[in-house]
Design a protein around this ligand. Structure first.
Ligand code: PNS
Length: 164
């Protein structure tokens, strides 16, 4: 059974993440999408909200489950007997940091491989941060985030299209 972990902040999940999850689910027998609790970032959405958003977005994928984790990613992967960590690469700018993390994770646990999937060209400019900024300024998010996430963003940011 080839099992992989796809970790991230997912604050919120974007269509770029979802595309990656769908592609990973065709390569691996099981994919666990796991929301990291302890990043240095201050999230907009709670862990529970992000898990629910991902569950809704991944409902059509039978071999994908959604979870969250605290602590080291490699320890979490080992606990779940996953041999691979999936990461998305959008541009050269992602590479340096991702390489650093992949090498450190390899040093921490040599049995777990980090595997990179190139982000689809149409999502190469997309990030959770950009989505949040667009939402703050009331821009159209259709096609950028899974259905339902735009509404959740508006609710969270308390913007319902009203003029300031
Ligand atoms: O979506 P993000 O914020 O780029 O995800 C980064 C994440 C959560 C995958 C990374 O910060 C992580 O793996 N955190 C868990 C703690 C850990 O294992 N740190 C050592 C990595 S070298």
């Amino acid at each position: 059974m080839k099992k992989a972990i796809y970790p991230g902040s997912f604050d919120p999940v974007t269509n770029g993440h979802l595309d990656l999850i769908e592609r990973a689910s065709r390569v691996f027998d099981e994919v666990i999408v796991s929301v990291a609790c302890n990043t240095e970032k201050t999230p907009l959405f709670s862990i529970e909200e992000r898990v629910k958003m991902l569950q809704d977005a991944c409902g059509h994928l039978d071999n994908v489950t959604v979870d969250y984790f605290k602590g080291l990613l490699v320890d979490y992967a080992k606990k779940h007997e996953a041999k691979a960590i999936i990461k998305g690469l959008r541009a050269v700018s992602d590479f340096e940091f991702e390489l650093q993390m992949a090498l450190m994770n390899k040093r921490l646990n040599n049995d777990i491989e980090t595997m990179f999937i190139m982000t689809a060209a149409e999502y190469s400019f997309l990030s959770s941060s950009i989505v949040k900024e667009l939402a703050i300024f009331g821009a159209e998010l259709k096609g950028l985030v899974p259905e339902g996430v735009e509404k959740l963003l508006k609710e969270k940011l308390d913007i319902s299209g009203q003029e300031a």
